[in-house]
Write a protein that binds this ligand. Structure first.
Ligand code: 5AD
Ligand code: SF4
Length: 470
């Protein structure tokens, strides 16, 4: 791995733009334009990075393809938060080896968090020689240059940096939705939760300048975007390290003032950094959705201490009390891990206790996955798979009835729903309430992008059925 060289953002972008043009000319000259397929693993940060990759590839003359096996250029944007996400990538790569034998011109690129680990790079060098281009999380904007280098040399290209350079603004981007968009407000994480690989693969926290964020959102609003999702690993520490004196609470107020934007979401918040000022700003800003994702991870104070989370169960419960007092209609969702090294059944019971007291509207529950290089990986007493599964089942038994109960309370009420797509039953569309509950109702694709009043008629545990109010 090498350390990034700081390059002036505008200059660097121009260089990549010039290379994009060269590649476009090459692709324009081919009998058929090469088709690309991006397989995205992991979180919304990765999904957003894939929108940038998509934008660059189209600018270089590649055409989007929805079926992997028909594509000439396949990119895997990988995740390494848990082991099974990595295993999926290796499994797919095995299959692609055969596919490439039948289609020798196929190009395969790998990027994203998994590529920031030296062991992974070694494995790819040794076992997956059919991969053409490998890059990491810090140099996504260099994709044109890497493609060009591979075109010229026909050899494997590895370009992994172990820290970030300047934030490169204004990359071309193709948004998945016309009416909603994700916007990075910061990159990286400084928290080093002892189980988590993210700080090692996404680097230190750095915030984008408020002007860049605001201008991007204004341009999105002008382009028809109604809902923005502000993205960061830990949005509550937004602003640290910037020349301007600005907090996340201030940023929310600025975004709230942008005409055309109707809904503001953000993710993810760390409980330890969630200030009273932020709660006040959320309550005051009418466009900020009544939903907060606030991972608590574990209920036992001893486990929280060993997870390096910097809060206690009591602090967390008080915090959500405060949030609900300020915004009684807010939905709170969370992330929970079971099977952290040394976690006893009594400690799992404490997690279940938090679930019952906090009454979450939704929870992502995970079995602890050992990540080499993190402090938790070398802690003694790794929990057996069997015990972790037992804890996991107990947890779901606690979470699901509460989710169902809270969703059932919505039956008979009317909620504005932003319609985002066609349901698996083509007579229905799907959308989200302000508090992020999924709703299905009868309607056609012409409704996509609209915010409509929907009367809830039925609860299906994790989603609702409704009907349009005439
Ligand atoms: N094992 C299981 N879950 C993890 N998460 C992060 N690292 C791990 C791990 N090693 C979960 C946390 C985090 C979410 C994004 O993924 O709950 O909030
Ligand atoms: Fe991982 Fe903790 Fe940072 Fe979240 S806050 S990305 S769990 S280290």
């Amino acid at each position: 791995m090498r350390t990034a060289v700081t390059a002036p953002s505008a200059e660097e972008l121009k260089r990549q733009n010039d290379i994009m043009l060269k590649i476009k000319r090459i692709n324009d000259g081919l009998p058929e334009r090469p088709k690309f397929f991006i397989n995205t693993f992991g979180c919304q940060m990765n999904a957003h990075d894939s929108e940038k990759i998509d934008g660059m590839l189209r600018q270089m003359g590649y055409l989007p393809e929805t079926e992997e096996k028909k594509a000439d250029f396949i990119i895997y944007n990988t995740c390494c938060v848990r082991e099974n996400a990595e295993n999926k990538v290796y499994g797919n790569l095995g299959y692609l080896k055969h596919a490439k034998k039948e289609k020798p011109n196929m190009k395969i690129a790998l990027c994203g968090c998994m590529m920031q680990q030296e062991t992974v790079i070694e494995t790819i060098r040794q076992k997956y020689k059919h991969v053409d281009i490998v890059f990491g999380t810090f140099n996504l904007y260099k994709l044109p240059e890497l493609i060009y280098a591979n075109m010229k040399s026909k050899s494997q290209i590895f370009d992994i940096w172990d820290e970030h350079a300047d934030i490169v603004e204004d990359l071309p981007m193709v948004r998945k939705y016309k009416f909603k968009a994700s916007v990075n407000i910061m990159y990286g994480c400084n928290n080093f939760c002892s189980y988590c690989i993210v700080p090692y693969v996404r680097g230190r926290e750095r915030s984008r300048r408020p002007d860049d964020i605001i201008n991007e959102i204004k341009a999105l609003a002008a382009d028809g975007v109604k809902e923005v999702m502000l993205l960061g690993q830990n949005v509550n520490s937004y602003g640290k390290g910037l020349d301007e004196n600005i907090t996340f609470a201030d940023l929310l107020r600025f975004v709230n003032d942008i005409d055309g934007i109707e809904r503001i979401r953000f993710m993810t918040s760390h409980p330890k950094d969630l200030s009273d000022e932020l709660i006040a700003s959320m309550a005051e800003c009418k466009k900020v959705c009544r939903h907060i994702h606030l991972p608590f991870q574990a209920g036992s104070n001893e486990i929280l201490r060993r997870m390096n989370r910097h809060y206690t169960k009591e602090y967390y419960l008080e915090l959500i009390d405060k949030i609900r007092k300020a915004m009684p209609d807010i939905a709170i969702t969370t992330d929970i891990i079971v099977g952290f090294p040394g976690e006893t059944p009594e400690q799992v019971a404490e997690t279940v206790d938090v679930v019952k007291k906090a009454r979450f509207n939704g929870a992502f529950t995970f079995i602890y996955s050992k990540r080499t290089g993190t402090p938790a990986a070398s802690m003694p007493e790794q929990v057996s798979e069997e015990d972790a599964k037992k804890g996991f089942a107990l947890l779901l038994d606690a979470v699901n009835p509460i989710v169902e109960e809270l969703n059932t309370q919505k039956v008979g009420r009317i909620y504005p729903v932003l319609v985002d797509g066609i349901s698996s039953d083509p007579e229905y569309v799907t959308g989200r309430t302000d508090d992020n509950t999924l709703v299905h109702f009868k309607g056609g694709k012409e409704l996509i992008g609209e915010i409509l009043d929907i009367k809830i008629t039925e609860c299906k545990t994790f989603y609702l059925i409704g009907e349009k109010i005439q």
